[in-house]
Design a protein around this ligand. Structure first.
Ligand code: I3P
Length: 126
């Protein structure tokens, strides 16, 4: 199992494999490009790594995340309307970036939804 602390700063709340695609970046629509990703949820960030190996390599080292989502002000909702896939959730950030996450296993997808929503609800107030 992974260390409790990531670079001594962030606790890992949940991690595992999910399909993901970015559909909007800074308000600009992107072409969907689904791929499998090693996803790491921390108290403040949702991180998407190429694979588990690059997560182990260290967040600031060679294994830095491909996508880093700031959970502050972010919203997660069901994404059925934006994809033909099942169990899709859409995460929208303050800076108008949107990521879809998906898993064929309804249970898995649901547990990620719950975990991410909880992390958003539990963000330290400023
Ligand atoms: C897209 C690809 C995506 C699909 C998307 C297509 O085509 O098939 O998988 O999204 O549908 O446009 P292309 O490979 O040519 O870019 P979903 O799998 O999420 O349905 P969309 O245009 O309705 O978003």
């Amino acid at each position: 199992n992974w260390p409790q602390l990531l670079d001594g700063q962030m606790s890992v709340l949940k991690e595992g494999t999910l399909n993901r695609t970015k559909i909007t970046e800074n308000g600009k629509r992107l072409r969907k490009n689904w791929s499998s990703s090693h996803v790491v949820l921390t108290e403040l960030l949702l991180l998407f790594f190429k694979d588990a190996k690059s997560f182990v390599a260290g967040i600031s080292g060679p294994g830095r995340p491909e996508i880093s989502v700031d959970l502050n002000g972010a919203v997660i909702e069901k994404g059925d309307k934006v994809s033909s896939r099942k169990n899709v959730y859409i995460i929208s950030t303050v800076l108008c970036t949107q990521i879809l996450i998906q898993d064929d296993c309804t249970q898995q997808a649901h547990s990620w939804h719950v975990a991410i929503q909880n992390a958003i609800n539990n963000l330290p107030s400023r």
